[in-house]
Design a protein around this ligand. Structure first.
Ligand SMILES: [Zn+2]
Length: 249
C-alpha cells in the first residue's frame, strides 16, 4: 500500500468521482447555463467518462470545463497523481520527474506542471508573513546554467533560488538573477510583509543581506540587526521580472 495506490490515482472513474465530489459538493452544475437539475450522465458506449448532459440547454459537459484540466487529454487519474506528487514533496517536482513517473511525454509533463503551479498560486502574490508572524529565508543553488562552465569552486554555474517560508503558512521561491545583498534585499522587501519577523540561518548572502547595516542595502532602511530575528521594515511591492512560484507549505 502506498498513498498512490488509492483508486483515484489509478482508476479514471474513481478519479472523476473524487474531483466531482469536490467541485460539485451539491451535485453537478451546468457550466453553460448554471442549471443544477435535469442533468444526467451520458452512458453511451462511446461516451467518454464523466460526460453529462444538461436538459435545460441540451449541452454536454464534464467536470473539467472551466478548470485546469480543461482541453487536456491526460487521464484525470494522472492529473491527480501529479497533484499529489507536487504537493507531497518538499521541493516540488520537476517536469522531468513527472514525465518519467507518469509516463507522459516531456511536453505534456511541462504543460501539466505549468497548469498545476498556476492553480497553486494564491493569486494575489501579496507579501508573506505579517504582524507576529515569522518568515524564514534561505538561498539554495539548483540545476545548472546553460553554457556556464563548472568553476573550481562555488556555485556560479547553478541557478540561485531564494526560498521564503512563513511558519505554519505559505512558501514561495524566487529565482535570483544575481546573488548579491542588493538583489536579495530587494526580493525580501518585495515578498515579506514589513511587520514580519525575519529569520535566516546565519550563513550565505541572505543572512549577510539581513545583517548588513541599513545604509548598505539599496534604497531602504531595512533591517533591525538582532542576531537571530530581524524585522523587515520597508514597504513591500510586487516583484518585478522574477519568476515566482507559490505553494502551500
Ligand atoms: Zn445547461
Amino acid at each position: 500500500m502506498s498513498a498512490l495506490s488509492h483508486p483515484r490515482f489509478n482508476d479514471e472513474h474513481a478519479a472523476y468521482e473524487w474531483v466531482e465530489a469536490r467541485l460539485w459538493p451539491n451535485g453537478p452544475v451546468c457550466p453553460h447555463c448554471g442549471a443544477t437539475d435535469r442533468i444526467r450522465p451520458l452512458m453511451g458506449k462511446s461516451t467518454r467518462i464523466g460526460v453529462k448532459k444538461c436538459y435545460h440547454c441540451y449541452k454536454p459537459f464534464t467536470v473539467k470545463v472551466g478548470t485546469i484540466f480543461e482541453d487536456s487529454h491526460v487521464p484525470m487519474f494522472k492529473w491527480l497523481q501529479a497533484f499529489h506528487l507536487m504537493c507531497s514533496s518538499k521541493k516540488g517536482i520537476s517536469s522531468n520527474q513527472l514525465h518519467r513517473i507518469l509516463e507522459v511525454s516531456l511536453k505534456t509533463a511541462w504543460f501539466m506542471s505549468h497548469r498545476l503551479r498556476e492553480a497553486m498560486r494564491d493569486g494575489s502574490l501579496g507579501p508573506l508573513g505579517g504582524g507576529g508572524k515569522v518568515v524564514e529565508a534561505d538561498e539554495t543553488f539548483i540545476g545548472r546554467k546553460k553554457g556556464v562552465p563548472t568553476p573550481k569552486g562555488g556555485p556560479s554555474h547553478k541557478h540561485a533560488v531564494l526560498a521564503l517560508v512563513e511558519r505554519g503558512g505559505k512558501a514561495r521561491s524566487v529565482h535570483l538573477d544575481e546573488v548579491t545583498k542588493a538583489e536579495v534585499g530587494k526580493l525580501v522587501r518585495e515578498n515579506i510583509d514589513r511587520e514580519s519577523r525575519f529569520m535566516t540561518d546565519g550563513a550565505g548572502t541572505t543572512a549577510r543581506s539581513a545583517r548588513s547595516s541599513p545604509s548598505t542595502v539599496t534604497s531602504a532602511t531595512l533591517w533591525a540587526s538582532t542576531s537571530a530575528a530581524r524585522t523587515a521594515r520597508s514597504t513591500p511591492t510586487r516583484s518585478r521580472g522574477s519568476s515566482v512560484c507559490s505553494s502551500a507549505a
